[in-house]
Write a protein that binds this ligand. Structure first.
Ligand SMILES: [Zn+2]
Length: 261
């Protein structure tokens, strides 16, 4: 940025095209630093993780006794959430409700995958359909605002739809497909604002044309404080506690589907 001299990390491919990047005295970047000092120590796709995950699953089962579902999984039809459904139901014996938020942008292959997985693993699916007029209006407002992270309306709807649904229906445990194996080591800077509903409302007020009546919204206060401490909601990331390799997961899910036919 500006007249900063070009520099590339001595350990990875990151360079000064990220204006916020920092390097230590050995030329190693802060993405690497975050990976070695924060992610690696808390990432256990091994016996330790397995033990921890089993203990969590037992707790979920005990607390979910008598309820139709003991946890909820945000479900996109992608590999992460599909493999997570397999781990939850088959490996851990949980009774997850699969929740899909349809923002109107879904592609056919994702819908097909959702259908196949629900059938082959015999799961229950709930779908929240976001009002397309509101979705379009908010997206158009974001285009006009020219902020960098244009996918905010969709990503926020998926996030808020899931947490608001869980809170409303008294489901305490949220299992997410978020993981270190297939996702970035550090999210882009713009994601900081992903759930900033003051910003979302402000952009909509400035450029939107019609009120957001049903669009799923959930601010950080509600998510971090109210849902967590008053509703007791817990977010679990099981894919960081099991070995997870995308290609193997796809092959396994395909096998399960074929065997279910
Ligand atoms: Zn690096």
């Amino acid at each position: 940025m500006g007249d900063r001299q070009y520099q590339v990390c001595t350990n990875c491919v990151m360079d000064t095209t990220d204006p916020e990047i920092k390097f230590d005295e050995n030329g190693r970047c802060d993405f690497c630093d975050n990976y070695y000092n924060t992610i690696l120590p808390s990432w256990h796709p091994d016996e330790k993780g397995e033990k921890e995950l089993k203990a969590i699953a037992e707790k979920i089962k005990v607390e979910g006794k008598g309820k139709k579902h003991d946890c909820i999984i945000g479900f996109s039809g992608g590999v992460d959430s599909s493999y997570l459904a397999y781990i939850a139901k088959v490996k851990l014996g949980l009774r997850p409700l699969m929740l899909s938020v349809d923002t109107g942008w879904s592609i056919d292959v994702a819908n097909e995958n959702i259908d196949k997985l629900i059938k082959s693993l015999n799961l229950d699916l709930e779908t929240i359909v976001v009002d397309w007029k509101e979705m379009k209006d908010l997206q158009a407002a974001f285009f006009k605002s020219q902020v960098p992270y244009q996918d905010t309306p969709q990503d926020h709807a998926i996030f808020a739809g899931l947490y608001n649904y869980a809170a409303k229906h008294g489901i305490k445990y949220i299992l997410t497909g978020g993981n270190y194996s297939t996702e970035g080591v550090k999210p882009p800077q713009e994601w900081t604002y992903l759930n900033d509903i003051r910003m979302i409302r402000d952009i909509h007020k400035e450029f939107g044309k019609q009120p957001l009546r049903t669009f799923p919204l959930c601010g950080m206060f509600k998510y971090r404080i109210y849902y967590r401490y008053f509703k007791g909601m817990r977010v679990i990331r099981p894919l960081n506690m099991v070995p997870y390799h995308k290609e193997e997961a796809i092959a396994l899910l395909e096998r399960i589907w074929l065997e279910s036919l």
